[in-house]
Write a protein that binds this ligand. Structure first.
Ligand code: PGA
Length: 255
């Protein structure tokens, strides 16, 4: 399997952190530290920070993403944001199906699939999150579960649209806990995801797909994780709020 066939993407997920003022400060600190990156650098910020961060990153190598979007274009969906709204702002990426959305906000594989299709139909790139709980890992069903999550999320997505899809494998037990999957565990599941994609879309699409790892990736463990043959980048929570740490991860991905 040739890793050169695919794009390495390091995406920060700021989650529910930073006011617009704080976001401006943080992105201005990050910008010079990642300007020579040889990988793609994305920051996924709260909706209220999008305008500020889009403005601050103009002309830089940092791409901007949102953390969710609704599947309808508009209408009576109080509190929601649609894909055309994001697209109209020049947002490039959107995270869909993060485990925190699944855990705390009733997101299911079916709603993930609806959001993915709406985002792609509106020209956004999606980072689809999949991953198992500790209980599921202990039951030995990780690869099957993640394969199923992946298949449902992509139901009805064309092979052509797969060029705008990234999958992020994020074991729930590793998110925000300081417990990282070992490089072997991360690679095993990422490989299983690639096999699933190969079954559905064929080898060429699978070989070209960026599959990230996420879950306590940090400045210290990034290099080993990113050296794995099937780990093509990272989705970074906590460490993306620390400019020097985020920059180290980008540097590790640029090797
Ligand atoms: P973490 O979060 O890096 O803080 O574990 C990763 C994520 O939730 O995307």
């Amino acid at each position: 399997m040739n890793k050169d066939l695919r794009k390495v993407v390091i995406a920060g997920n700021w989650k529910m952190n930073k006011t617009p003022e704080e976001a401006k400060k943080l992105i201005e600190e990050i910008k010079p530290l990642v300007k020579d990156a040889k990988c793609e650098v994305v920051t996924c910020v709260p909706f209220v920070d999008l305008t500020t961060v889009l403005e601050a990153t103009k002309g830089s190598n940092i791409k901007v993403g949102a953390q969710n979007c609704h599947w309808e274009e508009k209408g009576a969906f109080t509190g929601e944001i649609s894909a055309p709204m994001l697209k109209s702002m020049n947002v490039e990426y959107v995270i869909i199906g993060h485990s925190e959305r699944r855990q705390y906000f009733g997101e299911t594989d079916i709603t993930v699939n609806k959001r993915v299709k709406a985002a792609l139909a509106n020209g956004l790139k999606v980072i689809i999150c999949v991953g198992e709980s500790l209980e599921q890992r202990e039951q030995g069903v990780t690869c099957e579960l993640v394969a199923m999550q992946t298949k449902i999320a992509l139901n009805g997505v064309s092979a052509d649209d797969m060029k705008n899809v990234i999958i992020a494998y994020e074991p729930i037990w590793a998110i925000g806990t300081g417990k990282t999957a070992t490089a072997e565990q991360a690679n095993e599941v990422n490989h299983a995801i690639r096999e699933t994609i190969a079954q559905v879309y064929g080898k060429a699409v699978a070989d070209a797909l960026t599959i990230q790892y996420g879950g306590s990736m940090n400045a210290g463990n990034a290099e080993e994780l990113l050296a794995q043959p099937d780990v093509d980048g990272g989705l970074i929570g906590g460490a993306s709020l620390k400019p020097a740490d985020f920059a180290k991860i980008v540097e590790a991905a640029s090797k």
